[in-house]
Design a protein around this ligand. Sequence first.
Ligand SMILES: [Zn+2]
Ligand SMILES: [Zn+2]
Length: 105
Amino acid sequence: MFCPKCGSLLLPKKHDGRKVLVCRCGYASGDAGAPTLTENVTRPDAVAVVESEDAEKTHPLVDAECPKCRHGKAYYWTVQTRAGDEAPTQFFRCEKCKHSWRDYN
Ligand SMILES: [Zn+2]
Ligand SMILES: [Zn+2]
């Protein structure tokens, strides 16, 4: 069996106790119509600290020390980044230098 993407010979490999055919280019195929393995798995760490510029208007100011300038006040909000049964990630933005960071608690 050959890779539909690049034409190379596919190599059998075990994945989660199931046999899949994989290619050096990253293509992978299950032997019974299993879903194609992709690298697009959601990585929680890839969630960027992105927030609109009007954070100051919409988020409460709380006591939190900025890791950058040591200012003691920051705007605070939470974002549900993962499954609903996990605690939301806490975000802070320094009142003084606008540095943003997050806290996993
Ligand atoms: Zn390939
Ligand atoms: Zn700061």
